[in-house]
Design a protein around this ligand. Structure first.
Ligand SMILES: [Zn+2]
Length: 571
């Protein structure tokens, strides 16, 4: 047999977690046809001496639903060895969607995932109504593979119209939602996502529809997947502990997994400054669920959740009522009220003194000024607000607000509310059952860029911090994800599997710092992120990216239960 491609002389990390070994990989017709010592002829030979060869990484938490329409290779994910992406997370999705609901659906992404509405309007072409039609829009125009969840927001809006963001569903409406979901999954969706995070809302402050779902509705929808024995459930309820304690949410995740018999991927375990030991408790609870046989998997993040903001555009203070109210005011009015001493007292109370749990850590020593808007303040860059307050001889809040006001509210700050304690993060990602990766690729476009979760895990946590073996790291990024999400022919270097492969240098692999570019539809800004040490990303046997450069190939496909076949036959 003449192979299409042979990768020669690399060290194979096959995704199973077994010890790596020196060997070759042979590819034909998009599949791995052999591994070991390959001697046959090949149309193309890739030399991989000194390099690691692994299954392509599967980014299971993305919001690339819209971006894939104008960016089929899913930058920046593909630069980090990602060969398959899972959009449709956190209840947000672009299908199903009737014409009259289009603005509302785009609006559901706008604030929750911080995407400019103008870019969404310019970039989403709406060639679909149903979910199968959305998948069909993607088919044939993809660089990476896409396996999509169906979002609860879209399903609810489709069945209930605008009442979806106002009330609970009736039993008849829940029945209809179940049918829409089952039809989507039969056509190729890989499950269902839902979201009750209390800070997730439209730009005007209304809750997104999935927040109005009762636990019964969520369980019914999960059981709709159980009835057809297909699909996973992704769920986020926020971790504020204000309305629902996280521990109570984990019990619900366990109940969903137990009643439906389907895997539940829940968000998330992280270290938090306001509840520094909660992560241990959550790891224990997850272990208990798994021990009794429920497929309930927590996800976690390999990086700090860096949040960049200015006082012109900030979401970090959303849990603090006075701050939130002021950040929704028109800019000029905001500038005026921020000077009032009485108001500052309230702001100081909420952001410094109050003890109530909040996504903002109140650790002003961890809030850094990253970019001054005026030359005079350049010297303060990289300093924390606590240091800046000392330099200016002011109290923290006065220093922070006066500095922002002097610069027309354009001073850029950065903070990480979660995952600030490295020891804790190491313990969380080391757990054999946590899913690593919460990239939110395609979301929070100017605040953060998490595309490089895999390169960070392999470069920082494994090479530099030695928290687990490289074999185990690769397992977490590949086979584990493919198994939980039911992607049966992905995630392993093994004969018969799809040839999604990444070739990387374990001695140099690393994520780069994010960079701001203006390449969104309509010229809007976003952060991108490159990588070092990723030599080649191969999708379905074709080389997609070489050292950060797209080859022009579009070998991606829509993955899923029917893998298109059932839908194509029906269409
Ligand atoms: Zn998300």
């Amino acid at each position: 047999m003449t192979y299409d491609l042979v990768i020669k002389g690399g060290r194979l990390y096959d995704g199973s977690g077994l010890p790596s070994y020196l060997g070759d990989v042979a590819v034909k017709d998009g599949h791995i046809v052999d591994t070991g010592r390959i001697n046959g002829e090949a149309k193309r030979v890739i030399k991989a001496d000194g390099l690691a060869v692994a299954p392509g990484f599967i980014d299971f938490h993305t919001h690339l639903d819209a971006q894939l329409l104008w960016d089929p290779i899913a930058t920046s994910s593909c630069f980090h060895g990602v060969t398959s992406v899972i959009p449709g997370n956190c209840a947000l999705a672009l299908a199903p969607c009737r014409e009259k609901d289009r603005e509302s659906i785009l609006g559901s992404f706008e604030r929750v995932e911080a995407m400019p509405l103008s870019a969404l309007r310019a970039g989403v072409d709406w060639e679909w109504t149903t979910f199968p039609e959305y998948l069909n829009r993607l088919r044939g125009r993809l660089g990476v593979n896409v396996a999509s969840l169906m979002g609860h927001v879209a399903i609810r809006q489709f069945v209930m119209g605008d009442a979806a963001s106002e009330r609970a569903a009736t039993p008849a409406e829940i029945e209809k939602m179940k049918i829409v979901l089952q039809e989507g999954v039969k056509a190729g969706a890989i499950g269902f996502s839902t979201n009750q995070n209390p800070v997730h809302m439209y730009a005007d402050g209304r809750p997104i529809p999935s927040r109005l779902a009762t636990n019964e509705e969520i369980i019914e929808l999960a059981c709709a997947l159980g009835e057809i024995n297909k699909g996973a459930v992704q769920i986020s309820r926020g971790s504020l502990g204000v309305s629902v304690p996280m521990v109570e949410s984990v019990n619900l995740f366990d109940e969903i997994a137990t009643k439906s018999g389907r895997p539940v991927i829940w968000q998330s375990i992280a270290h938090r400054w306001d509840r520094p030991n909660e992560w241990r408790e959550l790891l224990d609870l997850a272990a208990k669920s798994l021990a009794k046989g429920a497929q309930s998997y927590p996800l976690c993040n390999a990086r700090l959740f860096n949040n960049r903001f200015t006082m012109n555009n900030a979401q970090v203070f959303d849990d603090l009522p006075t701050w939130k109210q002021i950040l929704f005011l028109p800019t000029e009015e905001r500038k005026k009220v921020l000077r009032e001493p009485e108001l500052r007292k309230k702001l100081r109370y909420e952001a410094v003194e109050e003890k109530k749990s909040s996504r903002f850590s109140r650790r002003w020593d961890l809030v850094y000024m990253i970019k001054a808007a005026t030359a005079a303040n350049k010297k303060l860059e990289k300093k924390s607000v606590v240091e800046i307050a000392q330099i200016r001889g002011q109290d923290i809040i006065d220093a922070f607000l006066d500095l922002s006001l002097e610069e027309g509210l354009e001073t850029q700050f950065q903070t990480s509310s979660t995952n600030g304690d490295e020891q804790a993060v190491a313990e969380i990602i080391r757990s054999p059952f946590t899913l690593v990766g919460q990239s939110d690729a395609g979301a929070h476009l100017i605040y953060d860029a998490g595309y490089g979760y895999a390169t960070r895990l392999l470069g920082y946590w494994i090479r530099e911090r030695n928290v687990m073996s490289l074999e185990e790291g690769v397992r977490k990024l590949t086979f584990m994800v493919a198994s939980i999400f039911g992607l049966h022919d992905r995630g392993l270097l093994r004969r018969g599997m799809a040839a999604d492969i990444v070739v990387f240098d374990p001695t140099t692999i690393r994520e780069c710092d994010p960079e701001m570019v203006s390449d969104l539809p309509g010229g809007e800004k976003r952060l991108i992120q490159k990588a070092t040490g990723v030599e080649m990303t191969i999708v379905n046997g074709e080389v997609l990216v070489v050292q950060g450069e797209h080859t022009g190939a579009l070998p991606g496909t829509v993955l899923g239960n029917g893998n298109g076949a059932a839908f194509q036959a029906a269409a």
